[in-house]
Design a protein around this ligand. Structure first.
Ligand code: PLP
Length: 233
């Protein structure tokens, strides 16, 4: 087996084990590979090894590398901070934007999707850790934003996304993920149009995916556990 294939299997095993520990069906949890900074051949190798769902977090890198993957079956999500003026380049290349953190961006995405005559999937990103460096809407504003996003005609709200606290204290990390699950429940309980199907939770990365799965993650986003450490800077 190739290195990537083995690492991918190891991550799948981690997800499955974490799910079984809490009595969940591992099949409910999708694996997204975060492919930032990787050369195209590593990404192609991952797709060949069975990866299907990929995520980029920089618009420029997404647009630069998309042609290298165009011949391979995959689904691309955008998972990073998205400036409104970059949205027009990103939307044609992705099925889903997971990092919607404000209504202005959502309205722009809605217009762009409408112009393409399609529906764009989105997650609302919530800053559950409160860390100033992290993107996302504040937890207290998350339900209102999700309700507003769900009402836009060309967007389909899938759920909520977060990046957990960068902490060695597992309780601090768990609190972030449990908070996101509670907010997801509040969005559903609102009964607002477009929110009934918005049940997904995109949370958990290489270092903490077990904690996220225990808290209800339906999608984990993994980079280093599959591809190794990224160059810093
Ligand atoms: C890079 C990235 C990940 C994956 O992080 P790892 O620690 O490498 O697994 C997940 N989510 C987002 C938004 C990312 O940018």
């Amino acid at each position: 087996m190739s290195e990537v294939r083995e690492a991918l299997q190891a991550v799948r095993d981690r997800v499955a084990r974490a799910a079984r520990v809490v009595g969940r069906d591992p099949g409910e949890i999708q694996l997204l590979l975060a492919v930032k900074t990787l050369p195209a051949e590593r990404v192609r190798e991952a797709i060949a090894a069975g990866a299907h769902l990929l995520g980029h977090n920089r618009a420029q890198e997404l647009t630069a590398t998309a042609p290298d993957l165009a011949d391979l079956p995959h689904e691309m999500h955008f998972i990073g901070r998205l400036q409104s003026n970059k949205a027009g380049k990103v939307v044609p290349l992705v099925s889903c934007v997971q990092s919607v953190d404000g209504l202005a961006l959502a309205e722009r995405l809605d217009r762009l999707a409408g112009r393409e005559g399609r529906e764009l999937e989105v997650f609302v990103q919530v800053n559950t850790s409160g860390e100033g460096t992290k993107a996302g809407v504040a937890p207290e504003d998350a339900v209102a934003l999700a309700v507003a996003v769900a009402a836009l005609p060309n967007l389909r709200l899938r759920g909520l996304m977060t990046i957990g606290a960068r902490s060695d204290d597992v309780d601090v990390v768990r609190a972030c993920y449990e908070r996101l699950a509670m907010l997801r429940d509040e969005v559903g309980a609102s009964g607002a149009p477009g929110t009934a199907g918005a049940r997904e939770l995109s949370m958990g990365m290489s270092g903490d995916l077990e904690v996220a799965v225990a808290a209800g993650a339906t999608m984990v986003r993994v980079g280093t556990a599959v591809f190794g450490a990224r160059p810093t800077g």
